[in-house]
Design a protein around this ligand. Structure first.
Ligand code: GDP
Ligand code: MG
Length: 441
């Protein structure tokens, strides 16, 4: 991950005061690769990296995190800010009917997203919604929307064969007015590539229906082409926002950054599945983490500071300093880890623990297991928790029964506890404990 690679870049300079130009440039080379791997368009990457480099040089390294994490945080903050900082919902506070027009390339997910948004407006916004398909190019496109309308329990405009898009838009608008709909959603025909005849049609529809929202629907797998798509649509109609579909797949979401940079308009929703409930408000911080391939580092660091109280950290540090780390300590660590979003999250955040994280991952420790671990430790007596070595085979069977687990699982925890105790001792030797305490404070 980016965090790990940056850890490598910065290993040399632990403990120095400020981020130097050379170090920042070295780190930003890794960031550049991460962005390109996430499919952010090249010109956008260039601008972004330049901007962040300027901002990062000379910043003091926070005591509580490593320089690598510091750069990740700067990058992630900048990325989040650029993506829009906060989720932006549709602005439909107008004299009804509010008109929402969907545009985009063919196959980007316009029709599906039209139905998803309509369903969301009906359920969450308690709006009366009418949908109309203006797609007379693709066979059965209008029927597709009608079928989705039934699933979404949203009305669709009756189909009149042979009618052209601009006329359908007019008819839809007057039906919406006459029948008291709050929102009219217009699903337009797609374009395989940017085609002037269809662009003209889109402009004509926009001018008769005067949409309050024009949403550009983009497949999140759109790579370097994202800039061209955004530029040509934005040049023809005044977009109010973007919807990024297929974020349920492998896409790292780089298209979000490209879209935002080129259109200057907020990403409003992400599509997260083929079904009609697969729609979420766009969360910039989450997508920034996904683009960088490292989860939400910033909020983790913040949560760490909030969750773990100074005294707990000091108590633990005290025990560690005495070379003690028993199962009571492990249990309170587990509880804190769970509060902070799980083991993987915590391990990836702690300075220098990437190795341990990998070791844990290979033991397939996930959050469900954290809960089982807690159950196992709770089934031990106080004496057993303080001195695990007294756990005989017989005692282990009792603990397994008491916690609804198996002796193997009990053994696994004991082994993990041993590994952690060893690791803690090693960290203490390296002087890493102070850093740990500071992070928790
Ligand atoms: P249009 O040509 O732009 O109207 O695209 P459609 O709405 O017909 O969607 C094309 C295909 O993409 C369909 O098979 C949809 O089920 C699928 N699709 C749309 N949005 C999503 C999404 O968010 N996730 C996934 N996995 N599939 C999607
Ligand atoms: Mg369609």
């Amino acid at each position: 991950s980016l965090s790990e690679r940056l850890g490598g870049v910065f290993d040399r300079l632990r403990g120095r005061g400020a981020l130097s130009e050379n170090d920042v440039r070295a780190a930003l080379r890794e960031v550049r690769i991460a962005l390109l791997e996430a499919d952010v368009a090249l010109p956008v990457v260039r601008d972004f990296v330049e901007q962040v480099t300027e901002a990062a040089i000379g910043q003091a390294v926070l005591r509580s995190i490593t320089p690598g994490q510091q750069v990740v945080k700067i990058v992630s903050d900048a990325l989040t800010a650029m993506l829009g900082s906060e989720a932006v919902d549709l602005q439909l506070d107008v004299t009804p009917p509010a008109v929402v027009m969907m545009v985009g390339l063919q196959g980007s997910g316009k029709t599906t997203t039209t139905a998803k948004i309509a369903r969301r407006l009906r359920e969450k916004g308690r709006k009366k919604v009418l949908m109309a398909s203006l797609d007379v190019n693709r066979p059965a496109a209008q029927e597709q929307l009608a079928v989705l309308g039934v699933q979404a329990e949203v009305a669709t405009l009756p189909i009149v064969p042979g009618q052209q898009p601009v006329d359908i838009a007019r008819r839809a608008l007057s039906a919406a007015k006459l029948q008291g709909f709050d929102v009219l959603m217009l699903d337009t025909a797609g374009r395989l590539h940017v085609d002037q005849a269809l662009m003209d049609e889109m402009k004509a529809v926009a001018s008769v229906s005067e949409p309050d929202e024009i949403l550009l629907v983009v497949d999140s797998l759109t790579g370097q082409d994202a800039v061209n798509v955004a530029t040509s649509f934005a040049g023809q109609v005044s977009l109010t926002g973007v919807v990024l579909t297929r974020m349920d797949g492998d896409a790292r979401g780089g298209a979000a950054l490209s879209m935002r940079a080129v259109t200057g308009k907020p990403i409003k929703f992400v599509g997260t599945g083929e079904k009609l409930d697969g729609l979420e408000l766009f969360q910039p911080a989450r997508v920034a983490g996904r683009i960088l391939g490292m989860g939400d580092v910033v909020s983790l660091v913040e949560r760490a500071a909030e969750t773990i109280k100074q005294e707990d950290a000091e108590k633990l540090a005290d025990r560690l300093a005495k070379g003690k780390f028993d199962l009571n300590d492990l249990r309170s660590q587990l509880t804190q880890m769970r509060k902070m979003g799980g083991l993987g999250a915590l391990a990836s955040m702690l300075p220098g623990i990437a190795k341990v994280k990998n070791a844990m991952a290979s033991n397939a420790v996930d959050d469900k297991i954290l809960i089982r671990m807690d159950a196992i430790i709770s089934s031990m007596t106080k004496a057993e928790r303080a001195r695990p070595e007294i756990l005989s085979a017989k005692r282990k069977i009792r603990v397994a029964k008491g916690s609804g687990t198996t002796v193997q699982e009990v053994n696994k925890i004991l082994k993990m506890h041993q590994e952690m105790a060893t690791m803690m001792k090693r960290m203490k030797k390296m002087g890493g404990l102070k850093g740990l305490g500071a992070l928790f404070g």
